[in-house]
Design a protein around this ligand. Structure first.
Ligand code: 5GP
Length: 194
């Protein structure tokens, strides 16, 4: 997705050889117009899949998921990372090791929001080592839903997540694939899908 690549080049900050900061449009401040375009792109990519629900993880997965959900006219549900007094239902949970926070979280989704009849699109902002997506896949499996695919905004192709997920024969679509972050430069993978 060219507009996303342009935005990354203009505003992304390479924090180290494996961390890209995009706080000005995705992870802190949100660019709604760009987010809308992302939603349209994911909706186009998964148009034939009969998606009935989007499953993501708080907090940065929510914005692109809601925009995609709006395009597909389906609900979006996000896994919670923190315990909440209001989260009292029958919960589906999975353990997820966070790449950026370097700590493990038990993520939770209320069982009532996933039905066996659902055709689910899993989404997240970044794909690094795949732990967040694998945790969401685990929850989807516990719920007995069909997983139509995984939609990722920025895949860091030099980390293991993409391979791990594709080895499971899950369809993974990334709007942008980053090949490397060496020398403070963002190099995109030539084989980026869009
Ligand atoms: P994974 O679970 O695939 O190892 O890492 C994905 C999660 O870690 C995403 O939910 C994202 O929030 C965070 N993450 C991983 N790499 C980066 C990065 O380079 N930049 C930012 N901003 N977040 C990242």
């Amino acid at each position: 997705m060219q507009s996303l690549k342009d935005k990354i080049v203009q505003e992304g900050k390479v924090l180290s050889k494996d961390v890209l900061k995009v706080d000005s449009f995705l992870n802190h401040q949100i660019d709604p117009q760009l987010m809308k375009e992302m939603g349209q792109e994911f909706a186009r990519l998964f148009a034939e899949e009969g998606i009935t629900k989007i499953l993501t993880i708080e907090s940065s997965g929510i914005a692109p998921s809601v925009m995609t959900a709006l395009e597909l006219n389906v609900p979006a549900v996000f896994a919670r990372k923190r315990q909440s007094l209001t989260l009292t239902e029958d919960l589906l949970t999975a353990e997820v090791y966070s790449f950026t926070k370097q700590q493990s979280n038990r993520i939770a989704v209320a069982r009532q929001f996933l039905s066996k009849k659902d055709r689910v699109l899993i989404m997240d902002d970044f794909l690094a080592n795949g732990q967040a997506a694998l945790g969401l896949l685990d929850i989807a499996e516990q719920a007995g839903v069909y997983v139509a695919g995984i939609g990722i905004v920025i895949e860091k192709a030099f980390q293991d997540g993409g391979r791990l997920l594709r080895e499971k024969n899950v369809r993974v679509e990334s709007l942008v694939r980053v090949q490397s972050l060496k020398n403070g430069q963002v190099i995109f993978a030539e084989e980026a899908t869009v």
